[in-house]
Ligand binder design. Structure first.
Ligand code: SAM
Length: 275
């Protein structure tokens, strides 16, 4: 059998979202934004040919690389066999719970230039389950970063922004041009840093209500919030009024007018009424 670690250049697989970051300056800026240090445990999602890995290996206590591609995983295994603290999990990241990666997932830092076709499942996989990692630095499609960071009231503000910003703070670290990758992708990219709030602002049960509320709200974004509460949750007119007073919200407005924090208030008020 041919040894994958000895074969020539790797041929990028589109199906696995393989666009490799070749700009060394961008590689370094991404890694530095995680402020790696010798007590850290870091999980890297989709290390590929090691664009970020090379700047992290040896600088952190443990570096866990989660790579699905057979050929790339074998090459990483070979390359980092003698580097203390580096481990490779050759699997689909969506099937790797954080408890398997670390004994202390709450202290874990996550980094990755992730496959864009599974951005949402990766982010929600990390943020909806508990325990959550300490922070996440990821390269994603710029348009998705714009939606996550969109101000309330705008057209692109929606379930993604509320889902993430209600439980974490998010900042854009940098924008990255298409030319920084090989092969050159069709879309532009951004690096964002997500820090889950600690302690979490909502209980797990309140969070389930928040998710159902967000889905209902942005599934029907032309409707006033009070209509959604009546139609989706069966609230009476009096209950809607009570909730409006309790949360201080004008429920005649549309959901897109409200900041993520207001969705938290509303989810709490609904949950307290048994929803
Ligand atoms: N980090 C490298 C870089 O910056 O050049 C590679 C980035 S490339 C955009 C995405 C990487 O994720 C590829 O190496 C790909 O094989 C890997 N990948 C794709 N789907 C994956 C999955 N479900 N689980 C783990 N890794 C995956």
């Amino acid at each position: 059998m041919r040894d994958p670690t000895q074969s020539g250049p790797h041929r990028a697989k589109r199906s696995l979202g393989q666009n490799f970051l070749v700009d060394g300056n961008v590689q370094r800026r991404i890694v530095e934004s995680l402020k790696p240090n010798l007590i850290d445990e870091v999980m890297e999602i989709g290390p590929g040919q090691g664009a970020l890995t090379q700047h992290l290996a040896g600088r952190v206590r443990r570096l866990i690389l989660v790579e699905l591609d057979n050929n790339l995983a074998a090459r990483l295994q070979e390359k980092y066999a003698d580097t203390p603290g580096v481990e490779i999990i050759h699997e689909d990241v969506l099937r790797v719970p954080l408890e398997r990666v670390s004994q202390d997932p709450r202290g874990l830092k996550v980094i990755g230039n992730i496959p864009y076709n599974i951005t949402t499942p990766i982010l929600f996989g990390l943020l909806e389950r508990r325990p959550r990692p300490r922070e996440i630095v990821v390269m994603i499609q710029r348009e998705v970063a714009d939606r996550i960071l969109a101000p309330a009231g705008g057209k692109t503000y929606g379930a993604l922004a509320v889902g993430i910003r209600s439980i974490a703070t998010v900042e854009r670290v940098l924008n990255v041009s298409r030319e920084a990758f090989r092969p050159v992708p069709d879309v532009m990219s951004s690096v964002i840093r997500i820090v889950p709030m600690d302690p979490p602002p909502l209980t797990e049960a309140d969070e389930r209500t928040l998710r159902s509320l967000t889905r209902a709200a942005f599934g029907q974004r032309r409707k006033q919030f009070q209509r959604i509460l009546r139609d989706r949750y069966g609230l009476s007119a009096e209950q809607v009024e009570e909730v409006a007073v309790e949360t201080g919200m004008d429920l005649q407005s549309r959901p897109e007018q409200f900041e993520p924090q207001r969705f938290i208030d509303l989810a709490r008020a609904l949950h307290a009424r048994g929803y």
